[in-house]
Design a protein around this ligand. Sequence first.
Ligand SMILES: *Cc1c(COP(=O)(O)O)cnc(C)c1O
Length: 968
Amino acid sequence: MVASVPVPQSSPEQTLGAKAQRSDNFAKRHIGPNTEDIQQMLGVLEIADLDTLIDQTVPQGIRLHQALQLPAAQSEYAALARLKQLATKNQVFRSFIGMGYYDCITPPVIARNILENPGWYTAYTPYQPEIAQGRLEALLNFQTVIIDLTGLEIANASLLDEATAAAEAMSLSYGVAKNKANAYFVSRECHPQTIDVLQTRALPLGIKIIVGDHQNFDFDQPIFGAVLQYPASDGTIYDYRAFIAKAHAEGALVTVAADILSLTLLTPPGEFGADIAVGSSQRFGIPLGFGGPHAAYLATKEEYKRQVPGRIVGLSKDIHGQPALRLALQTREQHIRREKATSNICTAQVLLAVMASMYAVYHGPKGLKAIAENIHQLTVILATGLQRFGYTVSSEYFFDTLRVELGTQNQESILAAATARNINLRVFDTNAVGISLDETTTPEDLIDLWQIFAQTDDLPFSLEELKQPSSHLLLPRTSKYLTHPIFNRYHSETELLRYLHQLETKDLSLTTSMIPLGSCTMKLNATSEMIPVTWTEFGKIHPFAPPSQTQGYQILFQQLESWLSEITGFAGISLQPNAGSQGEYAGLLVIRQYHESRNEAHRNVCLIPTSAHGTNPASAVMCGMKVVGVACDDQGNIDLDDLKVKAQKYSRELAALMVTYPSTHGVFEEGIQEICAVIHNHGGQVYMDGANMNAQVGICRPGDFGADVCHLNLHKTFCIPHGGGGPGMGPIGVAPHLVPFLPGHSVVKMGGKQGIGAVAAAPWGSASILVISWMYIAMMGADGLTEATKVAILNANYIAQRLKSYYPVLYQGKNGLVAHECILDLRSLKKSANIEIDDIAKRLIDYGFHAPTVSWPVAGTIMVEPTESESLAELDRFCDALIAIRQEIAVIESGKMDAEDNLLKNAPHTAASLITGEWHHPYAREQAAYPAPWTRENKFWPAVGRIDAAFGDRNFVCSCLPMEAYSS
Ligand SMILES: *Cc1c(COP(=O)(O)O)cnc(C)c1O
C-alpha cells in the first residue's frame, strides 16, 4: 500500500503547550477518539457535551461528586522510570526453594515472539475458532505435551495454578466417584499451599479433608478420592501403586500432582494407575513472577471428559472437509451449566500454556530429557557432597529436590550463610532445609551450596571428583513421549520463528481490528504497561522469597490496593484471586464467613438475576450456597417486585445477592440502591460482579451505593491483556466489616484475622501482571480514568445510535441511552431471512472483524462493547460492516438471493474456497472476500471455513493431529 498522507509540520497540540494537550499525555493515546471526534459523536447523539451524556446515563443518586484521589498522571516514560525504582527494591536471589516453583529459562525466541508480542497476547478466548486456529493449535500441542508426559488419555487447555487444579480434581472425583463417601485424603507430602487451597475449597462443600501419611493410611474411613504429590514436596519419590490399588478397591479416585519436568524421567501417573494428574507447567519456560501467571494442567481418563473443568481444544472439520480445531464439548464447559456446575473456571492461562507448549516444541523430547537428566545429575552430585560433610539427605530416591537434615548444625546460621551468597533455601519447621535445583543451576551454584553447608570456602573435594553418573530415580520411565513431528522439527530458530509467526497470523487479535466483545472489555493493552512484565526484578522472584527481598513488590501491592480502594470505595482489597471467577468465589466465601462469625451460618441462599454470567451461580454453588433466580423485567432491569418477594421468602436464609453493575444488559439500573437496601434489610450481603467496572471508574463507586464485596477483572477494566483466554486477575474489594475475613495463606502470613483460607496457590495470585494495572492507573491519573469511562459510554452510545435503525437495540436506560455496551437484537432475522446469529458472526470475519459476544446474556442477540480505546474511524468501520451485512440480509429477505446459498451462510470465505474449483454460488467472489473498501488494503483471511463443532464432539480427539493434517 502506498501512503499519500500529508505529514503535518507541527501539530496544534504541540504548539498549544497546554498540559492536557501535551503529546506525552498517555490518556490521549489510550483513548481512541480525539476532542473533535468526541464533539462529532456527541452531535450524532444530539447531546451537548460528555458530562450531559453521563448525567443522562448514570443515575444521579449514585454519582461520585468529587475527583478520585489518585496521584497525578505520569507520562509513559516517567511511569516506567518510577516503576523501575520500585523494581530495584526487589532483590533477585538464586532460588532453591522449590515447592512447585522453579527458575527456568524462557527461550528468547518465545519471550519475544509470544510473551512480548501483541499478536499473541491481545487475542481473545478462541470462541470464534475460524479466526483462532493458531492458538488452538498451540493449545492442542499443550494438551499433547500433558497427555504424553502424564500418560493419561485427555487433558484440558489449562487451569489457573496447581493448587486450584488439585481442588478441581477433588471436585471432579467427588462428582464421579461411585462410592458415597464425603472424605478426601490429602497426602501430607503435598505442597503446603495445595493443602491450604484444598481445605478452603472442601469446607463449604461439606467435604472432610484427611491430611495424612499415605504410607500408613488404612482406609478405615471411606474416601471418595485422594491426592498425592509426585515427587513429594520434600523431593522424595514414592511408589504409589499399592496405595492406588487400595483406593481403587474402595471406589476412590486418585489424583497425582506431578512435576511436569520429572515426568520426562519418571514413570508417568497414568502408567501406575492414577485417575487424574494435575500440576503446573511453570518450569517449561515461564518466569517465576512472584507466583504467576503460570498454566496449570489437568489430565484424566476419557470417560470423565464431560466432567473436566476448563476448556478442551478438540479436532473437528470445516465445511470444506478440512481438519479444523475448536473448543470441544462446549456445552460441557462447567460454568455454562450454572447451578449444576462443579467448577466456575472461565478465564484460564492460555498465553502461558501456549508458551509452555512452545518450550516443548523448542526443546523436543531429547532436549527436555537432557535438561531433566542434567538437573538430576547435579542433584546427585550435590547430595554426595553434602553427605561428605556429614549431612543426611532424607531420601534415597529423588529427582531435583533434597531435604537436608541439619543434625548438629544450626538452621539459622545455614540460612544466614545462604543469604550472604544471595541464595534462598526452603526452610522446614524442623531442623532441616530444602534445596531444589532447576534448569538454571550451574556447577558454580553447587560449589556455593557446599560452601554454605560446610561453613567454609575451602572445600575438601572438587566437583569433578564427585561426578559419578548414578541414578536416584525410583520407577524410571521407559515409555516414549512427544514423538509427534511437531516436537521434532522446529529446533532451528528460523524454523521455530516461522512456526510461531504462521500460527500468529491465523489469529485475529487487537493488532488487526477492534474486538467488540460485550462484557469482556477488550481495550488497549499499551506497550508501556507490558514492558515491566519481563523485567527480571519482577520475573525472577519466587513466591515464597523472604519479604525482605520483595520490598518493591510490597510497595507496588500497597499502592495498587490503595488505588483500587479509592476507585471502588472499598476499605480492603485482596489481590489473591487469579480471575474473575476466583474473585467471585473468594468474595462469597468472605460473606459466608461473615455470617458464620455472627452465628448465622444457616444463611445460605444466594439470589442471582437470570441475566447473570454463568460463573455467578457456579461460584455460589461451590460456596455451598443455594441459588435462587430473580427475574428481569422488559427493560433488562432486575424485577424489583420479584426481588422483594424472594428476599422476603428467604429472609432467614438470605446470604447474598450477586448483581452485575451496570447490568449484563448494558444498563445502569436506576434502582440499584434500593436493590441493595432490600437485601441488607433482610440480613443479606450484596456481592457485585465488577466485570463492568469500565463503565463506573471515576463516575460512581460500588462501595458507596451499597455493595459489600466486588471483584475487579483486571484483564478487562485495568488493561491486562486477555492472552487468548488468560491470564487474568480478579482481586476483590470489601467493605470495612468484611476486611477481617479476607483470604490468608499458609506459607505467607496475610489476610484478615478470621480470614478464609487461601483461594490460590500464590499469596498475591499472578503477581507479575499486576504491574500492568499499576502502569495503567499511574499513567491515566484520576482525570484520564474518568475520561476513559465517559468515552467508553460515548462509544457504546454512538454505535447504538448508528445501528439502531438497522438492528433494534434491546435495552436502554430511562433516557434511551446505554451504558458501556449495547445489545443488538437479531432474532427477527431468523424469520425474515433464515439468518442465524452465527451467520452474522461469521460474515463479520469476511469484513475483518471479530464478532461481538453472541447469544449472551440474551439468545439471538449480539452484545457490542467498543471500549474507550477504539477511535471514531474504527467504530465507523465496524458500523459500516454491520450495516452492509444488514443490506446483504435485505437481499435475502427480498427473495433476490438464495436463502441457503448466500454470503452469510457460506461465511467465512477462505482464500482456498474462492480460488479452487469452479464457482457456483449466486454472488461474486469479490463480494465474498472484499465486501468493504478496507478489506482490499488489509485483508484478514480466515484459516478455515465454518467449523462443524458437532462432528468433533462425536469424534472426540484432543491431542495432536496426524501429520497428514498439517501437510494438506
Ligand atoms: C468475564 C466475566 C466473568 C468471569 O470472569 P473471568 O475472569 O473470566 O473468570 C464474570 N462475570 C461477568 C459479567 C463477566 O463478564
